[in-house]
Ligand binder design. Structure first.
Ligand code: GDP
Length: 439
């Protein structure tokens, strides 16, 4: 996410950080480089010029040149301005109402249906009773897609495959929701490949008919400047309440995230960073600004972990660790929980300083595949008692998992070390040493 921009901004600022004595000339050239980094990332030229002008004014105002740590202060100013540019405070969605109705609009392929599923899952986890509505009367496949997602996240999906009136379907869905005590209705609408008049009229009519509490515009961040233009057109017609930026896990240049707020004056409320149902984040401009500047985003990382981890399972595994009974089944379960947190590279990028280090590394969720395959090829007994895995068992496991003996050996060795470490910590904890060490 934003790798390119991150890279260029960091290069621009690095000169200033490393400078023994900062001069007006260094600051001016750094500001120029910041502007170039922004325009290269697809940020609209005027937006880039305005923000760098403000950065320059603030730098003068706060006397960056004669401050104790000019580099740090400069970075802080850039962080503040990026935060402002992306909307300042995080904005939540309005889900008051009986039921609250959320209308999802955007072009075809922007990620509306995927986002609808994610939002349903997100709200369900908050304890809300949600109904998803498939209001695409043109593509029967879109109804099926939403049904699959609904099933996956455990949310009911309303559809009328025979009905060709989008307004009616939406109205029927809302009254059905009211009858059955649903608290939030998410209406996934039809999109076209490009903005067209018939589509706009249809969604306007749906909006008028169901009077949503929240209208969200979904846009693919990979489309760069086009994303901003589409947002403008939709906003002129729908006057939406917020933006959802999708596909930020791709190597989008990020300009859309940075310019949309200024151009349509509507906040970005969610970002989507993958195809999995968990890859949804509330958009926090300040955290995103820190991330863009390579300062990491530990808060989001912890929140993702809290969402993904099953507390009962965590307690169960913790108890096993304490009794030195942690086995390969537990290990596999932990791996699966980590994968649920989303794209691994994306997660690592939330650790300060890590983004840059792993930028060229090829890590994705598939990196776990050989490990999972090896564990799956073990018998239940072997998983519980890896010490019984001798030469011939290793051969069988390697063949069964499509790996080789070295990979099996490596995993067994790492697992053994992990268990030793757990044992050590348990003994230390028992003797009170751990507390001392932690302190
Ligand atoms: P719709 O036509 O607007 O409903 O779009 P879909 O929800 O069908 O999404 C179009 C494609 O983009 C699908 O293949 C999705 O799996 C994919 N997609 C949606 N959101 C994301 C995302 O955040 N990241 C990635 N990588 N793919 C996404």
């Amino acid at each position: 996410m934003f790798e390119n921009l991150q890279d260029k901004l960091n290069k621009a600022i690095k000169t200033l950080k490393g400078q023994g004595r900062i001069t007006e000339i260094n600051v001016a050239s750094t500001i120029k480089e910041v502007r170039r980094a922004l325009t290269d990332a697809d940020v609209n030229y005027k937006v880039a010029k305005d923000i760098t002008d403000r950065i320059r004014d603030k730098a003068i105002d706060r006397k960056v040149l004669i401050s104790v740590e000019p580099g740090q202060l400069f970075v802080k100013i850039v962080q503040e301005e990026l935060t402002e540019l992306m909307g300042g405070e995080a904005q939540s969605i309005n889900i008051k109402g009986d039921p609250a109705v959320i209308l999802i609009a955007g072009l075809q392929g922007s990620g509306k249906t995927t986002f609808s599923g994610k939002l349903a899952s997100y709200l369900k986890k908050q304890g809300r009773n949600v109904l998803l509505v498939a209001d695409d009367i043109y593509r029967p496949a879109a109804i099926d897609q939403l049904k699959v997602l609904g099933e996956q996240v455990g949310v009911e999906v309303y559809s009328e495959p025979e009905n060709k009136n989008a307004v009616q379907i939406a109205q029927n869905a809302v009254s059905q929701a009211r009858k059955s005590g649903k608290k939030v209705v998410i209406v996934d609408t039809a999109g076209r490949l490009a903005v067209d008049e018939a589509m706009m009229q249809e969604i306007e009519a749906v909006k008028r008919a169901i009077n949503p509490t929240e209208t969200l515009f979904v846009v693919d961040s990979m489309t760069g400047q086009d994303a901003v233009n589409t947002a403008k057109t939709f906003n002129d017609r729908l006057n939406f309440d917020g933006v959802v930026l999708t596909k930020l896990d791709g190597d989008a240049r990020g300009g859309a995230a940075l310019s949309i707020k200024t151009v349509v004056n509507k906040p970005i409320k969610f970002i989507s960073t993958g195809e999995k149902m968990e890859a949804l984040d509330v958009f926090y401009p300040d955290r995103m600004a820190s991330r863009i500047l390579g300062m990491g985003d530990v808060i989001s990382l912890v929140e993702r972990a809290q969402q993904a981890f099953d507390e009962d399972e965590a307690k169960r595994i913790n108890a096993k660790m304490r009794k030195n009974q942690f086995d390969f089944d537990d290990f596999l379960s932990q791996l699966q929980q980590i994968k649920k947190m989303g794209n691994v590279k994306d997660l690592l990028g939330m650790i300060p300083g890590m983004g840059k280090m792993i930028k060229d590394l090829d890590i994705d969720n598939d990196s776990f595949k050989p490990i999972e395959a090896i564990i799956s090829s073990m018998t239940p007994k072997e998983r519980q008692r890896p010490d019984i895995i001798d030469g011939s068992r290793k051969k069988r496991i390697a063949a069964g998992s499509g790996t080789n003996i070295t990979q099996v050996n490596n995993l067994l060795k790492q697992f053994d070390e992990m268990r030793k470490m757990m044992k050590k910590m348990n003994t230390m904890q028992a003797s009170g040493k751990l507390n001392k060490l932690m302190r």
